[in-house]
Design a protein around this ligand. Sequence first.
Ligand code: BTN
Length: 245
Amino acid sequence: MSAPRLVRHDTVDSTNERAFAALAAGTARDGDVHTARAQTAGRGARGRAWASAPGEGLYASVVLLPDPPAPPPAALTMAAGLAVQDLLHALGLAGARLKWPNDVLVGQRKLAGILIESRGFDPRRPAFVCGIGLNALQQTFTPEVEARGATSLAREGVALAPEAALDRLLPHLAARLAEARERPADLCAAFAAAAGLLEGPVRVLRGEVELRGRITAFGLDGLALETGAELVRIPLEHATGVSPV
Ligand code: BTN
């Protein structure tokens, strides 16, 4: 990721959408960061909406134009999640952890999420948008978001405005993206530790199928799950959920 160039929006549909618009217009550069005060159509993973109340959360989308060969999207999701966890640890939230693939949790509650997207992907000129949503100043959420289990920096006792959170996040993001490029095995080891994947039994969702066992290897080429009956190899893009039991 190059030195970040900030593009500040007020109210937009989605900062990911604004980043894609800049890519389509040919004005986007690697490292551009689109932020907004509010989103009217903030997107979450699995087709969900991302609650984006004005001024309360960090809504940021980073344009990534890596040299080919393109990194797998899972590497970018892990790098961004680890960068957010690094920030939370630096803010004193020692219990911040990750949940495969894109959740950043404190305790059982979600504080941030990652959404990596690409469009019209050309392997000769890879382009991704790395969306990061981080709850900062929220004291309350809608009943629906509350029911899913949400938290914010403020609720965890940390007073930090969204713009300040972004300033502090970007160096961690640059470092983790460099790690993804230069030392992917270290990145995967850090993710596995942050998500508690190697400590004991786990539950893996492969599409709709649930498997249980112990992970014996976790890398960009997939994970190996010892179920007791067999050793199953699962590409990361097929693992829709992985969590300790
Ligand atoms: C998730 O569901 O965990 C992913 C949430 C990603 C939300 C962020 S907010 C900034 C960017 N713009 C979007 O529309 N989504 C991402």
